[in-house]
Design a protein around this ligand. Structure first.
Ligand SMILES: [Zn+2]
Length: 126
């Protein structure tokens, strides 16, 4: 599939999280990059998978899950420390993607969107 080329500047202006240069990253991936860190999304995925794999190797599958879950409970700072900044962002994106599909997640997302627009409207009224 051919992706549309979009510059970082345009992506940021349009509020997108990713942009696409059409040029491979230094590891040869033709993947979008994040507007925040200019990181190749495929590289981020690889890094996250590697972190998880090494955790699994060291602690077993359940142990790795446990560590990630515990770090998650301790707060995002701890979690970020263990899995790394990009991997954490990737984990959160995936988590939110899954979460939004649940009924609770759907309701909360809908509420958040409502709040967002209500706030926007208030600001506009000022
Ligand atoms: Zn890459």
């Amino acid at each position: 599939m051919r992706r549309k080329i979009i510059t970082r500047r345009t992506a940021i202006r349009e509020g997108l999280h990713q942009y696409y240069t059409g040029r491979p990253c230094k590891h040869g991936h033709l993947s979008p990059r994040t507007t925040k860190s200019c990181d190749c999304t495929e590289c981020i995925k690889t890094r996250y998978a590697r972190t998880k794999k090494s955790l699994i190797l060291e602690h077993g599958k359940d142990g790795a899950q446990d560590i990630l879950r515990k770090a998650w409970r301790k707060g995002s700072a701890k979690h970020r420390e263990i899995v790394g900044k990009e991997a954490y962002a990737e984990y959160m994106r995936e988590y939110m993607r899954q979460y939004r599909l649940t009924p609770t997640g759907e309701a909360i997302t809908a509420k958040a969107i409502e709040r967002y627009y209500a706030k926007k409207k208030n600001n506009a009224d000022d």
